[in-house]
Design a protein around this ligand. Sequence first.
Ligand SMILES: [Zn+2]
Length: 268
Amino acid sequence: MACVVCGVETKGAALLCGRCLGKIDDPLVFLPVSLDPISDHRLFQVASASLRIGPTSTADTTFSKGLEPALRLREIQASKDVGTLSQFINRYLMGLGIGLYLRGDERIPRRGLIWNIMKGAEGLEFNTEQWASASVRMGNIYSLLARALSTLPIDPSVALPLAQRNADTARRLYSRSLLYPSLNLASSANEAMLDHWTGDSNKALLTIERLLGFELSEDDRSHLMIVKATILVDTGETAKAVQIVESLPGMVKDSRVSRLKALTEGSE
Ligand SMILES: [Zn+2]
């Protein structure tokens, strides 16, 4: 095959060569894209003036605290207020649909701000629950990147080490939740998903099994069972997955369940 960007010959089915991969500044281009419901909301409901006016060449317009994330982030960074920064990143990622639980079907809006935030925040270490929570959400984005890089047709000699680096970063971010019991369940489940994506499905299933042994809310239990069924479908144990899907409470409305049902249809 050939690289779709520069035309150089590539190995196997790779459509992107290592050199062109290296030129990509924002690796979030590899993740499934979502429309941007938050900015639409701001524009139409909150009627954000600065979104309508856009950049201005005069010095007449000054911005201070406001709803625009990019401006707000700059202001918080300048103030060096740890609590506000943690809260901002946590809420911003939550607003984008990055939950504490890694689902696997997340879609990320195309905004340069997201990767800027993640690059800026990755090395910051604060001992607060808010920061641990923001870190779990950032970890989820790195996990999604690790999966994307190892499955997309990119020259594996460069894509795989990069996928590994993203997986390592995700694990490091998840480990920040160790001190906070309310986050442990999510970060362990997310790490199991990442283990599965990086080739250790047995370890992933053992983790999920261990977590299912805890006293859990209905929602937490359903999430873990969906994760387990997903891993089983991926590893070819469809019959077991069907059993799990059938045992889910009837009121569980989750797009992942519909997908699992479609994938396992006719295998009962
Ligand atoms: Zn190329």
